[in-house]
Design a protein around this ligand. Structure first.
Ligand SMILES: *Cc1c(COP(=O)(O)O)cnc(C)c1O
Length: 390
């Protein structure tokens, strides 16, 4: 096509074929659509997740690589990657629930999920019953003919309650309802809910899976192909599909997930044991501690206790505020799961709209500090926390 004029040639740029060798890492397919040589194949490509790549909102090879990676780690058959964790959660809920349906959810939920469920109830005529995350008998009692699913979190925030996934998923299965589990805090390296009978696992990949505090993303993993196809169709229609660059960053993060989780867990074990001995601290909450209400369950459900913990300061709200002003290495920021240690004072930030009584009911004190521990050297972290406590 050398006879083309320069202004056409600037548009149609050369694309060398990769032959005889291939890239070591998954390339970023930064394209919104795909070109077909065969018009019949193009017509066929629109309807299913496993047909040829056609348009970025349906699928993309880089996004698919992430979906295959996380589906494999979770022991699922397929996954749908989304632009955020809330994108994955709302795609699942909106795909499965219709007016008149009922769901059961655990009481302590991630704030965004709690708000989305409240919205389903207020605007779409869906009803909800809240039960404790460790009470299969309460789940059994709550299920009605119109119940579609139970929604659980492997480890909740910020009080780190561990769900009885084997018990709750077994009841769901027996009664013919779906179980959806947010596995963000555990990652598939500490817990694989599908092995306990879950039907769908959701993640905010923003957190540990991507792990470097530089990308927002989510994913839903499915134990069953029919369920995957149903949710995929809704996800494509809702427009929640992940971007190739965000997916690529997440893939790169996943390659070091095992190393990072080991350090997150050992740093949390070290800091919680030091904090528990400190006179300015009245309680420490981490499922790896024998004093935690989920300790026994955590030992059965998790293969590690995770990198999020909280502790209560003897001095209450004022002490919480002073601690936040005094830390130097730990960063004052929301979110979790990144390489940097982040601290948060729920009473004045994430939970500031709650009264002291409501805070107490959520298991949060006015002097509670939440720590999402990073992968720094534990002695440097303890030195920072200790100077802030004094
Ligand atoms: C952060 C988070 C979400 C929401 O994910 P986004 O990526 O922020 O949309 C959902 N569940 C849990 C447990 C989370 O920590």
């Amino acid at each position: 096509m050398s006879e083309l004029r320069p202004d056409t040639r600037t548009v149609h740029l050369p694309q060398p074929m990769v032959e005889g060798s291939r890239p070591i890492t998954m390339p970023i397919y930064q394209t919104s659509g795909f070109v077909f040589d065969d018009p019949v194949l193009m017509a066929d490509a629109m309807g299913a997740p496993d047909s040829a790549y056609v348009y970025g909102r349906y699928s993309n090879p880089t996004v698919r690589s992430l979906e295959m990676a996380v589906a494999g780690l979770e022991g699922g058959v397929a996954a749908h990657a989304t632009g955020s964790g809330m994108g994955a959660i709302n795609t699942v809920l909106l795909s499965l629930l219709k007016p008149g349906d009922h769901l059961v959810a655990q009481r302590s939920l991630y704030g965004g999920t709690a708000a989305s469920i409240k919205d389903l109830v207020d605007r779409l005529g869906i009803t909800v019953t809240y039960v404790a995350e460790n009470d299969p008998a309460a789940l059994r009692a709550a299920v009605r003919p119109e119940t579609v699913l139970v929604y659980l979190e492997t480890i909740s925030n910020p009080v780190t309650l561990v769900a009885d996934l084997p018990g709750m998923c077994a009841v769901a299965r027996e009664l013919g309802i779906l179980s959806v589990v947010d596995n963000t805090f555990a990652t598939p390296l500490l817990c694989r809910p599908i092995e306990y009978g879950a039907d769908i696992v959701v993640h905010s990949t923003t957190k540990y899976l991507a792990g470097h505090t530089d990308v927002v993303g989510g994913i839903a993993v499915f134990a069953d192909d029919e369920l995957y196809r149903k949710v995929w169709h809704h996800g494509v229609a809702l427009g929640t599909t992940a971007e190739p660059f965000a997916s690529w960053l997440t893939l790169r993060g996943i390659q070091t997930l095992a190393l990072r989780m080991e350090r997150h867990c050992s740093n949390a074990a070290y800091l919680t044991s030091r904090l528990a001995e400190h006179p300015a601290v009245s309680a420490v909450h981490w499922p790896g501690m024998a004093s935690h209400p989920s300790y026994e369950l955590a030992g059965r459900v998790l293969s590690g206790f995770g990198g999020v913990f909280s502790f209560d300061l003897v001095g209450g709200r004022a002490a919480g505020e002073k601690f936040m002003a005094a830390v130097r290495l730990a960063l004052l920021a929301p979110s979790l799961g990144g390489v940097e240690t982040l601290v948060l004072h729920p009473a004045t930030t994430s939970h500031r709209s709650l009264s002291p009584e409501e805070l107490a009911r959520s298991g949060i004190g006015e002097g509670t500090v939440r720590v999402a521990v990073g992968i720094e050297n534990p002695e440097d972290l303890w030195a920072d926390v200790a100077q802030a406590l004094s």
